[in-house]
Design a protein around this ligand. Structure first.
Ligand SMILES: [Zn+2]
Ligand SMILES: [Zn+2]
Length: 339
């Protein structure tokens, strides 16, 4: 008899169902079977379930691309991971052979697939993942903190590109989960003035828990706060929404950097291009983790960041559809699922 488990399965056209599915099996020599300790709901899950979809996904796939687990089985070729090891999962599986992989720019892989989006992921008690996607972490780190390693690694990748020097001023546009994690990482980088712009009260209150961060709710307040704090703009402006390039450009200092993180395929920003030239603004795009998982795990273990403050709800697999609806209505900042 095949063992089954309860999983959240994408059925296309805005539908996520809770189903009994077979427990996955190790098929390839480099496969690892994980017991999922924790997963979290991402804004991307919300986009996948929009009609029409804001992000593609494979019909029939178990969703959940942010998750951590314990090794319970391994293929014959895996000897560096043992049963009982705790691991965070890099859900983006790259090919290793395309032009970009060979240039060590794996986040630009042209054959990338993703656990929990295109193939089965972590919204279930068990998942099979290739050993190369797994990063061990100390068992002393709680699973509901380690689970934030995936979004945090994407933020670390962006922060590396922005290269904030201690004391520099920073504006973060949007305090969704990603904006919140930018607060953590840029503060650890030594940012001086940090101003966060967020109209949603729950998200603003969650950001307010961090010492020394100013929260504003609109652009007029942002301009006034910056005038007060820096006498001008900010050295770095992060668009953590994905449609605020024009706003970012207005508030960046001459010689400063605009970092575009938020993903919105349909957004079209109106931009006063003149200011990029005149202020010599550096404009940077950043996408997924780009090999930042190992240092992100060390960062979490170091205690230099406290991202768990963004977890507002904890649920089981059966409540995932409700959890996604809460995220859509912005009634939650981050929801952790314990399968
Ligand atoms: Zn995500
Ligand atoms: Zn590749």
């Amino acid at each position: 008899m095949v063992e089954t488990m309860t999983a959240a399965v994408f059925k296309g056209a805005g539908t996520l169902t809770i189903e009994e599915v077979p427990v996955p099996e190790i098929k390839r020599p480099d496969d690892v079977l994980l017991r999922v300790d924790a997963a979290s709901i991402c804004g991307t899950d919300v986009h996948i379930l929009e009609v029409p979809p804001g992000h593609p996904a494979t019909e029939g796939a178990i969703l959940g691309h942010e998750f951590v687990g314990e090794v319970v089985g391994r293929g014959d070729a895996v000897d560096h991971l043992q049963p009982g090891d705790k691991v965070v999962v890099d859900p983006n599986i790259t090919c290793g052979t395309c032009l970009y992989c060979r240039q060590n720019k794996t986040n630009l892989c042209t054959n990338m697939t993703t656990l929990g989006i295109f193939i089965d992921g972590g919204f279930a008690p068990f998942c099979v993942a290739p050993a190369s996607a797994l990063h061990p972490y100390s068992a002393t780190l709680p699973a509901d903190k380690a689970v934030l390693a995936e979004p945090l690694s994407c933020v670390v990748n962006g922060a590396k590109k922005a290269a904030v020097v201690p004391g520099q001023s920073v504006v973060i546009l949007g305090a969704g989960p990603i904006g919140q994690l930018f607060i953590e990482v840029l503060k650890a980088n030594g940012a001086g003035t940090i101003v966060v712009s967020e109209p949603n009260p729950l998200r603003a209150d969650t950001a307010r828990k961090v010492d020394g961060v100013s929260i504003v709710s609109n652009e007029t307040e942002l301009a006034a706060e910056l005038d007060n704090a820096t006498g001008g703009g900010a050295d770095l402006v992060v668009d953590a929404v994905g449609s605020l390039f024009g706003v970012a450009l207005e508030h960046v200092n001459p010689g400063g950097t605009v970092l575009l993180f938020g993903m919105n395929e349909t957004a079209r920003s109106s931009v006063a291009q003149y200011w990029i030239t005149r202020k010599e603004v550096r404009v940077l795009g950043t996408f997924i983790s780009g090999g930042s998982f190992p240092e992100t795990v060390r960062l979490l273990e170091s205690g230099l960041v406290a991202p768990e403050r963004i977890v507002t709800h904890r649920i089981g697999v059966k409540e995932i559809p409700d959890g996604i609806e809460m995220m859509r209505r912005k009634e939650a900042v981050k929801i952790v699922v314990t399968p």
